[in-house]
Design a protein around this ligand. Sequence first.
Ligand code: ZN
Length: 490
Amino acid sequence: MENPLFIYNTLKRNKVPFIPLNAPHVGMYVCGPTVYGDGHLGHARPAITFDILFRYLTHLGYKVRYVRNITDVGHLEHDADEGEDKIAKKARLERLEPMEVVQHYLNRYHKAMEALNVLPPSIEPHASGHIIEQIEYIKKIFDAGYAYESEGSVYFDVEKYNADHHYGKLSGRNIEELLNTTRDLDGQSEKRRSFDFALWKKAAPEHIMRWPSPWSDGFPGWHLECSAMGTKYLGEEFDIHGGGMDLLFPHHECEIAQSVAAQGHETVRYWMHNNMITINGQKMGKSLGNFITLDEFFTGNHPLLQQAYSPMTIRFFILQAHYRSTVDFSNEALQASEKAYNRLMEGWNNLAKITPSATSTIDVKELRNKCYEAMNDDLSTPIVISHLFDGVRIINTVLAGNATLSQADLDELRETMRMFMFDILGLVESKQADNNGNEAYAKAIELLLDIRRDAKARKDWATSDLIRDRLGEIGFELKDTKEGTEWKLK
Ligand code: ZN
């Protein structure tokens, strides 16, 4: 292709051409969810961002191995290295096995991702299933001299590492700054320095998620799982590591330090980060009362929501912003997205109504190139969407009789729009998406309405009325208009 894909590499602080290590193979690792609660918008954004990248790389012909992990151990209550494991706490409160908690929320997460039309990754490894690999990784860091043991726990020696390498290169922080911003140790801590982070934690007697290790019965530190699983499935060096910007420090910074300490070199070639989501201008948080789960968006069942928003409205809304920009959710913004999305789909459906002419009086050939240019410019989905609306304008102009398209140009327009709307942006074709994201069901209703329309055309009133009445019994309300039949669930 003429202009190659450029992506923003956080480490280089610049857009750089994407050149895979072993083309056509691409290794891609994305930090997945921690599963002790329902998925919310914060989960949707990285999932959709890296779904776009996954889809686009695949579209370009790369064979992508996409690894998205499940954090099911080692996420502690108080941020860094202290407090109860969040999953263990939930298990204790709900009297469940920790893995029951994990499975329950993982099932719900998968359901929400499917509704959002996020493709499943190639491998979805659990941290709890890779304890051996994590212990082996710690041993390497230990052997290299960058870890120390303290009362059964193992910590990464940030100061020692920083003397030999540069700790803070991804986030742009330095160790002096960290000394000033992290709280002082009170002398009771096992750690030498406040910024040292746990590789292995000795489990307190009441801690139920524990495994044997050379140092103690315990569990791995959170940052370790991604280093261990990324290396296991993608190799000592691989192409892309992504995640939300909130993971940039300390999580990804620590991953770099771990890999350099263990292997002598970095693992990741391109670091990519999506920006965060705010709700009505505020950060999302349980204490702020603006914590809205994906299910609540899909059903409208939250005091801040004026209506339900279909998964496709949420997806489209997220794609209307560049992944490195912040996104602010509000009812007004979502309603505007819903309208725009419906307009785009209407344009797509109208495409079928165009009758080709002998010649074209309007140019459609530039559209495909422009869409590629936008995607190649660090996945600029808002620009792609604006080009797709140019396509809708062409369709409307032709339908209004103000321009004509030849069969070849009509095919070109249809193929360009199909490719970018469905294959690459992952939107779902629908006339009326229902609130559960069940597009097949909407299509089945449309099919019945098509049969009813044909029956009416034949003056077969018995069949036409039968379909209306039976759909009415099931709970659908039909309204015949000049444009066709509208339907909704009563
Ligand atoms: Zn991670």
